[in-house]
Design a protein. Structure first.
Length: 377
C-alpha cells in the first residue's frame, strides 16, 4: 500500500535529554493486547529513554473492580511511580453522563486518592480509549448517541477529559489519535476482528501516543517497528500520534511550562500559556524576576536576554522549565534626538488598539519609536 503524506509535527521546545520513567499501567485487555506496555518501552529505548513498568490489566476490569482489587492497590503502593496510567472498561465512560457519574467517577476518585496517598509526586494519566468500529451495538438501544463510532468516541472524549480535569491529571489522547488516523486513511484497520480490540496497527498507534505523553517527545523517528507493520505505515502512525499529543497540550491538561512574548521597544509583554501547574516564577535574565501571571517587563538597556519560566505542580515536587532568548534593540543616537514624528496607533498590553485611560498604553510612531504611557483620569 502506497501512502503519501507530509510529515509536519507541531511540538513546543523541549530539551530532549534521555529520561527514565517508572510507570504502572492499570486497565484491562485494551492495555495488555499486543503487549502494549512493552511496545512503549521499545519506542523509548529507540530514543535512548528507559521505561520501567508494571501492570495489572485483567480482562474486562472496570474502575470499580480495580478500586477494591488487592493486586492493583498493592502495585500502586509498591514504589514511587512517575506515572500511573488509568484505563476504564471500554464501554462504561461512553454511557450517559448520569450513568458515568454513578458508575465510573467515584471509583476513579478512589484510585486517584490511593495514588496520591502513596506519592504526591506521581502524575496520573487517563488512557482515553477509542470508540468501537460500529459503535456499541449492545447498549445503543438504551443510549442512542453511542450507536455509531463517532458518537461513542465523542462520549469517551467527554468523560475522560472530565476525569482528567477533575483530578488535575493528564490525558493520553489515544482515542483522538485513532479518530485522526481513520479520517486520513480509513483503509488502515486499527481494529481486530471483533471490531473492538486493537489490531497491531491500533496498538502501535496507541504506544506512540503513550510515548509522547509520558516522555513529552514526538514518537516520529523511532526505529522500533513491530513485525507486520511496514516502514511507511509506521511513519504515518508515529506522525498521527505526535501531532495529536503536541498540537493540544492544554486540551489534554499536560503539566507544561510555556510562554509567548511580544517586544515593543524596551518592553516585553509575556503571555503565560502553561497548563496544569500550581505555581510559576519568571526570571527575566537581567537580575529581576516576577510572579505575575502575564508580566510586562521593561529592560534598562538593549541586549540579549534569556528569559526563564519555571512552573511546578504536585506541591512543588514536579518542575518544568522553558527558556526563550529575546533581543532588546539598542536605541541609536539619531532616535534620541528630537525629530518630528507622527502617531500611528495606540495599543494595550495585549496588542489591541485602544485609547482607554488608567492602564499602560504603548504609543507607536511612524519613525519606529515606541512610548509607554499611563494617563490617569
Amino acid at each position: 500500500m502506497k501512502r503519501i503524506f507530509s510529515v509536519v509535527v507541531f511540538i513546543p521546545i523541549f530539551v530532549f535529554s534521555q529520561q527514565t520513567k517508572e510507570v504502572l499501567f492499570v486497565g484491562n485487555s485494551y492495555t495488555f493486547y499486543n503487549d502494549l506496555p512493552n511496545m512503549v518501552k521499545q519506542i523509548a529505548l529507540s530514543f535512548g529513554d528507559t521505561l520501567n513498568y508494571d501492570q495489572n490489566t485483567p480482562g474486562g476490569a472496570t474502575l470499580q473492580m480495580h478500586s477494591t482489587n488487592t493486586q492493583t492497590l498493592s502495585k500502586i503502593s509498591q514504589q514511587q511511580w512517575d506515572n500511573v496510567i488509568i484505563q476504564c472498561q471500554s464501554q462504561e465512560p461512553s454511557f450517559s453522563p448520569s450513568q458515568v457519574s454513578n458508575d465510573v467517577f467515584p471509583y476513579a476518585q478512589i484510585l486517584i486518592d490511593s495514588i496520591e496517598s502513596n506519592n504526591i509526586c506521581t502524575e496520573p494519566i487517563f488512557f482515553m480509549t477509542w470508540g468501537r468500529k460500529y459503535g456499541d451495538q449492545q447498549n445503543c438501544q438504551f443510549y442512542p448517541p453511542i450507536c455509531t463510532y463517532a458518537g461513542m468516541q465523542q462520549r469517551l472524549r467527554e468523560s475522560y477529559l472530565d476525569m482528567t480535569f477533575n483530578h488535575n491529571a493528564a490525558c493520553s489522547p489515544v482515542g483522538i489519535s485513532w479518530k485522526e488516523s481513520i479520517a486520513q486513511d480509513s483503509t488502515l484497520n486499527l481494529f481486530s476482528t471483533d471490531n473492538s480490540h486493537p489490531s497491531i496497527y491500533g496498538s502501535y498507534l496507541t504506544a506512540c501516543a503513550f510515548y509522547s505523553t509520558i516522555f513529552k517527545k514526538p514518537a516520529l523517528g523511532s526505529y522500533y517497528i513491530p513485525n507486520g507493520i511496514d516502514t511507511s505505515t509506521a511513519i504515518f502512525l508515529q506522525t498521527i500520534a505526535s501531532n495529536t499529543v503536541f498540537d493540544s497540550l492544554s486540551v489534554w491538561n499536560f503539566f507544561n511550562a510555556d510562554f509567548n512574548s511580544m517586544i515593543i521597544g524596551d518592553s516585553v509583554i509575556f503571555d503565560n500559556i502553561s497548563s496544569n501547574y500550581e505555581n510559576f516564577f519568571w526570571d527575566f535574565g537581567d537580575g529581576t524576576s516576577s510572579t505575575d501571571y502575564n508580566p510586562v517587563h521593561t529592560y534598562l538597556s538593549g541586549g540579549i536576554y534569556d528569559v526563564t519560566l519555571i512552573a511546578s505542580t504536585n506541591n512543588g515536587c514536579v518542575v518544568d522549565t522553558v527558556i526563550s532568548t529575546i533581543i532588546i534593540p539598542t536605541p541609536s543616537v539619531l532616535n534620541e534626538q528630537n525629530y518630528a514624528k507622527n502617531l500611528v496607533r495606540i495599543i494595550d498590553m495585549l496588542g489591541r488598539e485602544t485609547n482607554q485611560t488608567n492602564q499602560p498604553l504603548f504609543y507607536i510612531y511612524d519613525d519606529g519609536t515606541v512610548e509607554k504611557r499611563i494617563i490617569i483620569d
